[in-house]
Design a protein around this ligand. Structure first.
Ligand code: IMP
Ligand code: MG
Length: 185
């Protein structure tokens, strides 16, 4: 795998504004959930760096759980409209205030499928916190209660977002140079 510098077209969101925005979201969430009954649900794997930093910015007691979903069509860079759970939650969310933490809302199909599935388990509330939103790409309505940044329709990586599973560790969000890292199909 190439070094990230070789596939980076431009840095879209530098580390400093990114961290500042995550702190703001953490403060807002702390104010909105003062009672210590919040459960953060991280959607693996892209949501990990964001949820870790967000959690450290939330000053009220909260818990964490994790789930993984797969869009049908393995290897595709775009989701295909449905998702299946590949790793389910450890916790029973009935009666809990749940906040789903996602890296990016693109077509919206992944998060819409997860919301539908989790609603059937009767949480007390169910909201969405996304680091990034690509509104131009939306195919299904998704309510985003907390949003980091709205971005243009470009393929990005870093801070949880991957290029074929690499570069999730980068502290910034960058745009892929598609002339150097072309889509697999
Ligand atoms: P959706 O179901 O189309 O909203 O897809 C959301 C998922 O697609 C995200 O959780 C990401 O894993 C992936 N994704 C969408 N856009 C990007 C991107 O620009 N870079 C990396 N992953 C992306
Ligand atoms: Mg993801």
């Amino acid at each position: 795998m190439q070094n990230y510098q070789d596939v980076l077209a431009e840095v879209l969101i530098e580390s400093e504004p990114l961290q500042a925005r995550v702190k703001e979201l953490g403060a807002q969430i702390s104010a909105d959930y003062p009672d210590g009954d919040l459960l953060l649900i991280c959607i693996l794997r892209g949501g990990v760096p964001f949820m870790v930093d967000l959690s450290r910015s939330i000053t009220t007691p909260h818990r964490m759980d994790f789930m993984a979903v797969a869009s049908y069509g393995v290897g595709a860079r775009e989701s295909t409209g449905s998702a299946r759970v590949t790793l389910d939650l450890k916790m029973d969310i009935r009666g809990l205030h749940v906040l789903l933490v996602e890296d990016i809302i693109d077509s919206g199909h992944t998060i819409a499928a997860v919301l539908n599935m989790l609603k059937t388990r009767e949480p007390k509330s169910l909201k969405v916190c996304a680091l990034l939103d690509k509104p131009e790409r939306r195919e299904t309505h998704v309510p985003i209660d907390y949003l980091g940044f709205s971005i243009p329709n470009k393929f990005v990586f870093g801070y949880g977002l991957d290029l074929d599973e690499y570069y999730r560790n980068l502290p910034f969000v960058g745009v892929v140079d598609l002339s150097k890292y072309p889509p697999s199909k």
